[in-house]
Write a protein of this length. Structure first.
Length: 120
């Protein structure tokens, strides 16, 4: 049993509390998400694999993380190189601030461009 189940709240515990009655066993963030999902899905007749909404949600979370990471890396690599060519005197932190403020796509939540589109 966990000593303090409310200490490490996660989206799994919040959405599916009945799958974690003692507050243990949810994704803890220590290992990567993909190894965690492989471990969960490879266990036959486990409570997680027998509950279809949990499988669907974890698949969606995995897809969103992969899409955000792919977009983030592609956007950052291209824009960092371009800004360094245009402004060789800028420090790395200035380049990253400019990219964060103006170049990240508006569909990535909580970026400045996302807030701009939400509050139009």
């Amino acid at each position: 049993m966990c000593t303090n189940p409310t200490l490490n709240m996660s989206f799994e515990k919040a959405l599916f509390p009945f799958l974690f009655p003692h507050g243990c066993g949810a994704y803890d963030g220590i290992s990567g998400l993909l190894p965690y999902l492989k471990q969960i899905m490879s266990t036959l007749f486990f409570v997680f694999t027998l509950y279809p909404p949990y499988l669907f949600l974890m698949y969606q979370v995995r897809q969103v993380i992969q899409l955000l990471n792919a977009t983030k890396h592609l956007c950052l690599e291209r824009d960092v190189q371009r800004l360094k060519r245009q402004h060789p005197q800028w420090l790395e932190i200035d380049v990253l601030k400019n990219i964060t403020k103006f170049k990240l796509p508006p569909f990535i939540p909580l970026t400045p461009q996302w807030h701009h589109t939400q509050f139009k």
